[in-house]
Design a protein around this ligand. Structure first.
Ligand SMILES: [Fe+2]
Length: 206
């Protein structure tokens, strides 16, 4: 994905599902994991990369506390992380990987005026609330899913339905159909870091 042109990749609650990632995360400054995981785990939650025009962009990754098991409340650490990010860049993007719409909206409001964008992830369904808040922070509750939409959030529907109906373990498999790239395009002032617009992106690819 980095070779395809991604500048920074953020992770989420599945970060530690494969142990092999640990060594990679310890070395990488472009692939980051949520900042509020247990102390001592490898990797970092903040990356700074240069945009195509040379503008430094800081990217922060945090996990929500509601319905996800986190050892550290993201609201406990976000202020310090934003201050650190702003020492490196005026443009700061926060990937808030969280389950609850309420928590994601609360984080977007809390950070309004201090970061360029708060982009929600994890729930995989693109929400219809992209907006620039009064303080100049763009926000959306969920950027959506890049993957097969003929599915239950990426999983073969029949398997997800079997699991839901039986409440027994079912080995889930990725679905195949209706692949889309989803996300958002945020425009901003590179000096102040304030967002000027946010637009939904949805591109069918297969
Ligand atoms: Fe997730």
């Amino acid at each position: 994905m980095l070779e395809s042109g991604a500048d920074v990749i953020t992770l989420g609650n599945h970060t530690w599902a494969r142990d092999e990632i640990r060594g990679y995360l310890a070395e990488s400054d472009r692939v980051i994991r949520p900042a509020n995981v247990a102390t001592g785990l490898p990797g970092r939650g903040l990356a700074v990369a240069l945009a195509a025009d040379g503008t430094p962009v800081a990217v922060l990754n945090l996990l929500g506390w509601l319905f996800l098991e986190v050892p550290i409340n993201p609201f406990e650490v976000v202020d310090r992380l934003v201050e650190e990010a702003r020492r490196h860049a005026s443009v700061v993007v926060v990937d808030f990987h969280a389950e609850a719409t309420s928590e994601k909206v609360a984080m977007a409001r809390w950070l309004d005026g201090r970061v360029t964008a708060v982009v929600g992830t994890h729930t995989h369904v693109q929400t219809n609330d992209a907006r620039v808040q009064p303080g100049g922070t763009a926000a959306i509750t969920d950027a959506g899913m890049t993957g097969p939409h003929d599915s239950v959030i990426g999983v073969e529907a029949a398997l997800a339905i079997r699991r839901a109906r039986t409440l027994t373990p079912v080995r889930l498999k990725p679905a195949k159909g209706d692949v889309r790239i989803e996300g958002v395009v945020v425009e901003c002032d590179t000096v102040s870091g304030r967002a000027t617009s946010i637009q939904l992106l949805r591109v069918p690819v297969a």
